[in-house]
Design a protein around this ligand. Structure first.
Ligand code: NDP
Length: 279
């Protein structure tokens, strides 16, 4: 079978990221090597993990066992909240690299802004140095609002390459997306399938498009992210669903279908609010 070529997006620092990847939030550490190995066999080359997921070692073992050349992979990990600050951040990336068994990652993110601690700007400056040192090829942020992004832009020399935020049809973040587009920041959608926390797949705009194209509702939602220019990495423990979520390049939603899913926005989060939920 010919391997699917996933489209890439060029980031504001000139690096490229595969637009579709595989996320490993809530993948148990003991299962991670097997599940990521399955994902790499299915064809995924972009893996999204984080120090706090506790599964970087499993991701690293799957990468090592795969024999896939390093330059064909795109690996993202994230700096956990407790490690923010100029002192702690450099050792946090070293520890992640050690667990992953890599000498660099492709993208390193500040996981949450934690505005109550007010360390994210100095953490960002430390990340600029990590990029200069070659420990990560690109740097970005996660769960940042427009205000957090604006401060980082105003108080540093680097515009984040990406902002990874909760984004799915019922919470589609249109104001943040507009701001990001103006600044050259790409948006990555976390919880792209709504984490299964509401009946997204039963909503007529999704179910009808699935019926029309002879695909699953999950495939329709992944296409909606891709056709909106978003970077997306759905998570699943099931190899069948991994294959299904990767098989999204043989059909295209019409403008009407995309617009109908756009109209499902209710401003309804399924996860934490970066302004008020601190952990
Ligand atoms: P998703 O929206 O990807 O949903 C995952 C859920 O959907 C799982 O319950 C999975 O079940 C189910 N699922 C996956 N594929 C299908 C399918 N084809 N049909 C039916 N059900 C399906 O949620 P995530 O929170 O995992 O988000 C994706 C990634 O985003 C994470 O893994 C992580 O990398 C990142 N993330 C980042 C955050 C941040 O703060 N930066 C926060 C949360 C996530 P099953 O496994 O049983 O198939």
């Amino acid at each position: 079978m010919e391997r699917v070529t996933v489209p890439t997006i060029e980031l504001n620092d000139g690096n490229s990221i595969p637009q579709l990847g595989f996320g490993v939030f809530r993948v148990e550490p003991v299962e991670t090597e097997r599940i990521v190995s399955d994902a790499l066999e299915v064809g995924y080359r972009h893996i999204d993990t984080a120090a706090v997921y506790g599964n970087e070692e499993g991701v690293g073992r799957a990468i090592a066992a795969s024999g896939i050349p390093r330059e064909e992979l795109f690996i993202t990990t994230k700096l956990w909240n407790a490690d923010q600050g100029a002192e702690s951040a450099p050792s946090a990336i070293d520890a992640s690299l050690e667990r992953l068994g890599l000498d660099h990652v492709d993208l390193y993110l500040i996981h949450w802004p934690r505005p109550d601690r007010d360390l994210y700007v100095e953490t960002w400056r430390a990340m600029e140095q990590m990029k200069a040192d070659g420990k990560t090829r690109s740097i970005g942020v996660s769960n940042f609002t427009v205000d957090h992004l604006q401060r980082v832009i105003d108080e540093s020399d680097t515009v984040p390459a990406v902002n990874q935020v909760e984004l799915h049809p019922a919470f589609s973040q249109s104001a943040l997306r507009t701001f990001a587009r103006q600044q050259g920041i790409h948006i990555e959608s976390w919880g792209p399938l709504g984490q299964g926390k509401y009946d997204l797949f039963g909503m007529p705009a999704v179910a009808e498009a699935a019926e029309a194209h002879g695909v699953s509702p999950a495939q329709v939602v992944i296409r909606w992210h891709l056709q909106n220019g978003l970077i997306v990495f759905p998570k699943t423990n099931s190899r069948d669903r991994m294959a299904q979520n990767f098989d999204v390049f043989g059909f295209e939603l019409s403008d009407d279908e995309v617009n109908a899913i756009d109209r499902l926005d209710e401003g309804k989060r399924v996860g934490a609010d970066p302004e008020v939920d601190f952990f």
